[in-house]
Design a protein around this ligand. Sequence first.
Ligand SMILES: Cc1ncc(COP(=O)(O)O)c(C=O)c1O
Length: 245
Amino acid sequence: MPDTSHFWMPFTANRQFKSKPRMLVAASGMYYYTDDDRQILDGTAGLWCVNAGHCHPKITEAIQRQAGAMDYAPAFQMGHPLAFEAASALAEIAPAGLNRVFFCNDGSEAVDSALKIALAYHRVRGDGLRHRLIGRERGYHGVGFGGISVGGIAGNRKHFGPALPAVDHLRHPLDIARNAFTRGLPQQGAELADELEQRLLALHDPATVAAVIVEPMQGSTGVILPPAGYLQKLRAICDKYGILL
Ligand SMILES: Cc1ncc(COP(=O)(O)O)c(C=O)c1O
């Protein structure tokens, strides 16, 4: 067993883990293998990032080949053909109109970059009054200051002061009393989207709001599905007032 004292593990009760470590040492397909030779079914595909299965031979071979050919190419003022190819491949499968790709290292950086892009978009169009961001209760948008500001998980926010200014939150759409045992999208609750217009935009004035950010399906405080029609309502309200969603 290695010395476990130096690695400060994220989102983990460190003392508890280190008193009885659970070590994964190998993986293949849908299984992990532990240091005491147990096979474990990986029901979450890593942290939702190994969706083709662990150690897929094609992916393993591509990583090995690239590491031997060129380990790193800067993206500032210089490029590498594969980055352009990857961006084109993404644009091809993305919905129509989503055809520009900005690569980031993780979800937290992607969220903070998206919030910055939203603010800069309005500013360079001469609409710099739009500085306000709206997230949602129980939302998870990563660990950057932008992400915890628009996110709605108290435990991820309480230690970090005011974080970003000018942020407000929609209510979350979890309504177990009305939507218990639903199959597919919950049928009750689309009207919760109306509070964007009736409460938040009425309070702040739509002309000050740059962007609304919500997970289509919230996944970090339980899996919370959007009520049928809820996201369409958010889209219609945002479009009506020139707010990015
Ligand atoms: C909706 C959402 N946004 C942002 C993040 C942050 O991603 P990362 O952990 O890669 O920083 C996550 C991670 O689970 C997420 O689910």
